[in-house]
Design a protein around this ligand. Structure first.
Ligand SMILES: O=C(O)[C@H](O)[C@@H](O)[C@H](O)[C@H](O)COP(=O)(O)O
Length: 255
């Protein structure tokens, strides 16, 4: 399947990165709403939610058209300090008026059964993206991802059997090397059918892994396997620290 080359942008500071990311998200939601009257986005945990707070100061955001899912979520109650939903609430939703019913959380009554928890979240996606039989995989308007020092993304970890999943939209993982061990995650085919996927990474601590992911995709790290099929497009939003070892060409940011 054909995938366009990633577009990599680097910014001198974390503030400039957040600001450009916010403009990029506003443009993505504008295009999606013009086409379909709604904007479907998936968010990750880690440092990403904080980077989104610059969106609170942007104009032209139609918050009531947003439909938010999680690229991955930890199998914990929604008020647990490990919950990505809690993190997104504190860092992002508390600053912007997304209707609560448009934010798709896991069903915490199913925390004892990871298969059921994952299937229930897949059903949430099926409801949003219509009938699974008519659409092989959902096409998110935008998926925002981070990457860890091992090259994982969402809850897809190096060498893990979930990397070969070809059918499910959402899958459980019970042995995540990054705590907590139990999570659910969007699968690679879902990441690779999005209209846009953007990775966000900042800090010199990320420089080595960013270099491996982008300069040595043949190593097959999970983040290197995210290559949305055309016309989908992959973007990397980095700060100069995270991009400092990269040979892959950078593109000046433009909307
Ligand atoms: O729930 C999670 O653990 C995250 O979704 C995870 O995939 C994260 O995005 C990366 O580990 C990057 O984390 P940082 O942005 O904190 O480096």
């Amino acid at each position: 399947m054909v995938a366009a080359a990633p577009v990599v942008c680097s910014f001198p500071s974390s503030k400039e990165l957040s600001d450009a990311l916010a403009d990029f998200v506003v443009k993505a939601q504008k295009e999606a709403i013009e086409k379909k009257g709604r904007f479907t986005i998936a968010l990750s945990g880690g440092s990403l939610p904080k980077q989104l707070s610059a969106l609170a100061h942007k104009t032209g955001v139609k918050w009531n058209k947003w439909h938010v899912f999680y690229a991955d979520e930890r199998a914990v109650p929604l008020d647990d300090p490990d919950s990505n939903h809690l993190l997104c609430t504190n860092e992002f939703y508390s600053k912007v008026p997304i209707p609560k019913e448009h934010i798709h959380t896991i069903d915490t009554s199913l925390l004892d059964d990871m298969e059921e928890l994952s299937d229930a979240y897949e059903k949430e996606l099926i409801q949003e993206f219509a009938n699974r039989n008519t659409a092989r995989f959902p096409m998110f308007d935008l998926i925002l991802l981070g990457t860890g020092p091992d090259g994982h993304t969402a809850s897809l970890f190096p060498g893990h059997e979930l990397l070969t999943e070809e059918d499910r939209w959402v899958a459980p993982i019970e042995d995540s090397p990054k705590p907590p061990p139990k999570r659910i995650t969007l699968t690679l085919p879902v990441l690779n059918h999005a209209v846009r996927v953007a990775f966000v990474a900042a800090g010199e601590g990320k420089a080595d892994i960013i270099k491996t992911i982008l300069d040595k995709p043949e190593e097959g790290l999970p983040a290197s396997r995210v290559r949305p099929v055309a016309p989908g497009q992959l973007y990397w939003f980095l700060d100069d620290g995270a991009a400092s070892k990269l040979e892959y060409p950078k593109t000046p940011f433009k909307l």
